[in-house]
Design a protein around this ligand. Structure first.
Ligand SMILES: [Ca+2]
Length: 192
């Protein structure tokens, strides 16, 4: 499978303003309930080493053989800074919620044909719709994805859907399943 961070936008005004750190974990659940936790971007629990909120799109390929009826999900977590040494792990703590189920108010999953959310980004951040724009069909305004793809939109800061910070683009992650590297590369090239 291929996991691509299409972008992140979450920050805080405290301590002069800073970008929150975000870590991600991929979960593959076998039909018998065994869960494989994969950390393709660095450790989920160590934000200074696993942070993906760094302004760049990051793509990782994950090799593994899983049965066709395995369930795949993505877990996102954000961290806040205490104002001390920004490079020290001890200065970062988990923001109150970590989201790993999908299609709850804080994790929105987009598949082919779905309508992207129209929420504005918090402050001057780009909106969720702008993050997924390369995957929107101009004619319909709906998502244009392969049957092997899903985009996970995470809200990792706001604890209420009525908060102005609720914008569903704190992390935007594209998951693409493939039988082999060749099909995954062909898929990625189509969006270069
Ligand atoms: Ca945000």
């Amino acid at each position: 499978m291929e996991v691509t961070v299409l972008g992140c936008a979450i920050g805080h005004s405290a301590h002069g303003g800073y970008d929150s750190m975000v870590t991600l974990q991929i979960n593959v659940e076998d039909p018998d309930g065994t869960v494989h936790m994969i950390e393709p971007f660095g450790p989920f629990d160590v934000p200074i080493d696993g942070n993906v909120n760094n302004g760049s799109s990051i793509r990782r390929l994950i090799f593994g053989m899983w049965s066709a009826d395995s369930r795949v999900s993505v877990t996102g977590r954000s961290y806040e800074w205490d104002g001390n040494d920004i490079t020290a792990s001890s200065s970062w703590s988990v923001i109150d919620h970590t989201e790993n189920s999908y299609n709850n108010p804080y994790v929105f999953v987009l598949r082919d044909g779905d309508t992207p959310p129209t929420l504005p980004g918090f402050a001057d951040q780009a909106s969720a719709e702008q993050f997924v724009a390369p995957y929107i069909d101009d004619a319909t305004g709906n998502m244009k994805l392969g049957t092997n793809q899903a985009i996970f939109l995470f809200e990792l800061g706001a604890s209420s859907t009525s908060s102005s910070g609720y914008d569903l683009q704190d992390a935007v992650v594209l998951l693409t399943l493939g039988e082999n590297l060749v099909t995954l590369d062909a898929n990625a090239a189509a969006h270069d």
